[in-house]
Write a protein that binds this ligand. Structure first.
Ligand code: ADP
Ligand code: MG
Ligand code: MG
Length: 209
């Protein structure tokens, strides 16, 4: 019904787990090209743990769902991405603490908080070839949607995240493991930007189901 409530947040997390599992090998291959080849495995482990937790107990709000996800990602994913995603979900949870159901403005606030968390933690700027290159355009696009329409904000964000992830291909990495490769990191998509775009598209799919 397009209502972005706790039930939607649970569907979002479950759909995220499904697409991350589906793209596990692709994320591994991307990370093998410019990192250590574990991003698909790390993310799949984290999201499987989230699903196990959801099977145990359904969260009663968007904020509770995001906070649970943050805890699982921080404890299960490891590497660079675990604390970065964990911080994103934790800040996103705080940003929607007072919402029963998100409108466009709340979606934009949630995504901006998530992005700010990643930047606070990892200190990457736009164009450094990281997940920030998916999250920043997503957060900026969400603001341009109708503030009353949460689903429209999610669609705008997912579209922008996908474009942003694609745009990491020619970039030279300046943060994270890929930066050790210098110029040789150019010509490959950033794995964390790709996983971020998958997760943001999952939010749309969850809203439409
Ligand atoms: P690790 O590099 O420790 O093996 P992962 O492979 O799980 O961790 O995650 C790598 C991803 O993390 C990169 O593709 C990039 O998107 C993201 N990343 C790494 N360092 C940073 C940073 N400082 N800021 C933002 N994102 C980062
Ligand atoms: Mg890695
Ligand atoms: Mg690693």
């Amino acid at each position: 019904d397009g209502r972005l409530d706790g039930a939607w947040a649970e569907r979002w997390l479950r759909e995220s787990a499904r697409v991350i599992a589906e793209h596990r090998e692709e994320l591994i291959d991307l990370d093998r090209a410019i990192g250590d080849g574990d991003h698909g495995e790390n993310m799949d482990r984290g999201f499987k743990a989230i699903v196990a937790k959801l099977d145990d107990e359904s969260p009663d709000s968007v904020a509770a769902a995001l906070k649970m996800a943050a805890m699982m990602l921080m404890s299960k994913v490891g590497g660079a991405a675990g604390p970065l995603y964990g911080t994103a979900y934790l800040r996103a949870s705080t940003a929607v603490a007072d919402s029963d159901a998100l409108d466009g403005q709340a979606v934009a606030a949630m995504l901006a908080a998530g992005r700010d968390g990643i930047v606070a933690r990892g200190k990457a700027q736009s164009g450094d070839k990281t997940m920030v290159d998916a999250w920043t355009p997503a957060a900026e696009a969400a603001v341009t949607a109708d503030p009353a329409d949460g689903v429209a904000a999610l669609v705008a964000a997912a579209d922008a995240a996908e474009t942003g992830a694609e745009a990491t291909k020619p970039l030279v990495a300046r943060k994270g493991r890929a930066s050790y490769l210098g110029e040789r990191s150019a010509g490959h998509l950033d794995p964390g930007a790709v996983s971020s775009a998958l997760i943001l598209r999952a939010a749309v799919t969850a809203a439409e189901s």
